[in-house]
Design a protein. Structure first.
Length: 116
C-alpha cells in the first residue's frame, strides 16, 4: 500500500519560512518523480514544484520561482519543499505527489496559512 504523508504546514506571517516534508512508503521511491501541488477551495490544483527521480532536474511554478526550493533524499524516501519569503497568496493546502508517467499517488495534504 502506497502512502505519502506530508508534514510541516502551519500558520506563519508574511516573510517567514516553512519547510514541508513528504515521506513515501510502499513504493520504490528512487524511480518516481515527485511533485508538490497546492489547491485552494473551489480552485484547481496547481503545480508548485517537481523533481526528477534522481534529483537532477527541478521545475517550479512561476509564482514561486526564486522563493521555493524542492529537494529529495532517496535514502529517506522523503521529498522537501523549502518555502522562503512566504506571501499571503501562498495560503493553500499543499499536496505531494509521486509518478513516473503522470501523477499516480497523492498525499492527504498539509495546510499552509500566511497572514499579512
Amino acid at each position: 500500500q502506497v502512502q505519502l504523508v506530508e508534514s510541516g504546514g502551519g500558520l506563519v506571517q508574511a516573510g517567514d519560512s516553512l519547510r514541508l516534508s513528504c515521506v513515501a512508503s510502499g513504493l520504490t521511491f528512487n524511480i518516481y518523480g515527485m511533485g508538490w501541488f497546492r489547491q485552494a477551495p473551489g480552485k484547481q490544483r496547481d503545480l508548485v514544484a517537481r523533481i526528477t527521480s534522481g534529483g537532477g532536474i527541478k521545475q517550479y511554478g512561476d509564482s514561486v520561482k526564486g522563493r521555493f526550493t524542492i529537494s529529495r533524499d532517496n535514502t529517506k524516501n522523503t521529498v522537501y519543499l523549502q518555502m522562503n519569503s512566504l506571501k499571503p497568496e501562498d495560503t493553500d493546502v499543499y499536496y505531494c505527489a509521486a509518478g513516473i508517467q503522470g501523477w499516480k499517488y497523492w498525499g492527504q495534504g498539509t495546510q499552509v496559512s500566511v497572514s499579512s
